[in-house]
Design a protein around this ligand. Structure first.
Ligand SMILES: Cc1cc2nc3c(=O)[nH]c(=O)nc-3n(C[C@H](O)[C@H](O)[C@H](O)COP(=O)(O)OP(=O)(O)OC[C@H]3O[C@@H](n4cnc5c(N)ncnc54)[C@H](O)[C@@H]3O)c2cc1C
Length: 344
């Protein structure tokens, strides 16, 4: 079966490796340069372990990272690691057509998708495929072109994140705040990364109190993070964001399947989105191996296997519950960021 993978991120690379292990030779199209990525601390969730073990990547990642919530069998709930370690390891041995952007879909007269139009350094080309797999992230262009619906839910709160070059003794800690928000951090051998929910007030107001005030307020709420957060020197190291959750009612249409962030995005405190996406890749690779001449049967099997695993995670996402749940109390003043103005 001819498979085109749109997007060479964590999930597209995992799918390519898993298909190659099953004898297929998918074409991977990635719009970025080889090796280009944003350096950051990463919590690799246990959902990914089976796929990464099969790819021969898990032991190396464990050795370069730190175990979060180790279990007696030598495993752990997650591994804290710099994300580049995982991306580069997954890319090893995978032919990827970098600097190629999927800009259109080919269709037969019945409307079935039969390939992609890609733009690269040498111009525009058409690539025919029995299945195009959208691994092009949350804002997936392929999903939109295929006509698959995406339901975005803006989170009620914003998030502020930091990454410090200073590791901490504790590997991980997270707490809920009185308004249902959350604060947490994790540490890998070369640094630490933290986040907290906060008012949706825009970046300027979020960083206005300055880096020292931010670090002290963060460390007061989460003392285990103190060494890491006090290693910050500038508000340029604070990243403010207003996020959406994403769910897609359908994960495939004839000729196109969605996996990873193109199919679903969970709230930040789950730390599970990538692991679930890598497990999607595992299930789809296996479904394609079982139905090598029938992409639709493979997609139907994929959905039948993955829906019972993924839909409950979407439904139980704590961020979603906050959006749909009971009225949220006001946070205690010492837990608010930015702090309430004096006298307010
Ligand atoms: C700040 C931050 C921190 C996070 N931390 C964690 C964490 O700790 N743990 C966790 O599990 N998850 C985390 N996530 C989520 C995690 O990064 C994603 O779930 C994961 O990267 C999804 O992988 P993906 O391959 O599906 O999508 P992406 O990583 O978005 O990759 C999509 C790829 O497709 C390419 N692409 C896009 N459009 C096209 C096109 N038209 N043609 C060709 N290529 C295209 C992009 O360049 C990109 O390389 C975090 C996300 C963010 C933003």
């Amino acid at each position: 079966m001819r498979v085109v993978i749109a997007g060479g991120g964590l999930v597209g690379l995992s799918l390519a490796g898993l298909l190659r292990r099953r004898g297929a030779e998918p074409v991977v199209l990635e719009r970025m340069e080889p090796g280009e990525y944003v350096r950051r601390g990463f919590m690799l969730g246990h959902h990914s372990y089976e796929a990464l073990e099969e790819l021969g990547v898990l032991a190396g990642i464990r050795a370069r990272g730190r175990a979060i919530a180790p279990t007696p069998d030598g495993s752990s709930a997650a591994v804290a690691v710099e994300v580049g370690r995982l991306l580069h390891r997954l890319a090893e041995g995978i032919p990827v057509r970098y600097r190629h952007t999927v800009t259109g879909l080919l269709r037969d007269p019945s409307g079935r998708v039969t390939g992609v139009i890609a733009e690269g350094p040498d111009g525009t080309e058409e690539l025919h495929a029995d299945l195009v797999v959208a691994c092009d992230g949350m804002r997936s262009r392929v999903r939109g072109m295929a006509g698959l619906a995406a339901e975005f839910m803006p989170l009620a709160e914003a998030k502020i994140e930091w990454m410090s070059p200073v590791p901490t003794e504790e590997v991980f800690s997270m707490k809920y705040l009185s308004d249902g928000g959350h604060i947490g951090f994790f540490s890998w051998p070369e640094g630490s990364f933290g986040w907290r929910s906060m008012d949706r007030c825009g970046r300027e107001a979020a960083v206005a109190p300055g880096i020292a005030a931010f670090a002290e307020a963060f460390a007061a709420l989460l003392p285990e993070s103190a060494d890491g957060v006090r290693g910050l020197v500038s508000t340029d190291e604070l990243h403010y964001g207003e996020q959406d959750l994403l769910t897609c009612p359908e994960w495939w249409t004839p000729g196109v399947a969605l996996i990873g962030d193109a199919a679903h995005f969970l709230g930040p405190e789950t730390g599970a989105s990538a692991g679930i996406g890598i497990a999607d890749a595992h299930a789809l690779a296996q479904a394609l191996a079982m139905f090598p001449a029938d992409a639709d049967a493979a997609c139907a099997a994929y959905t039948a296997w993955r829906a019972p695993a993924v839909r409950p995670l979407e439904a139980m996402d704590p961020s979603r519950s906050r959006l749909l749940g009971a009225p949220i109390p006001e946070a205690r003043p010492e837990e608010r960021w930015p702090p309430p103005a004096a006298g307010a």
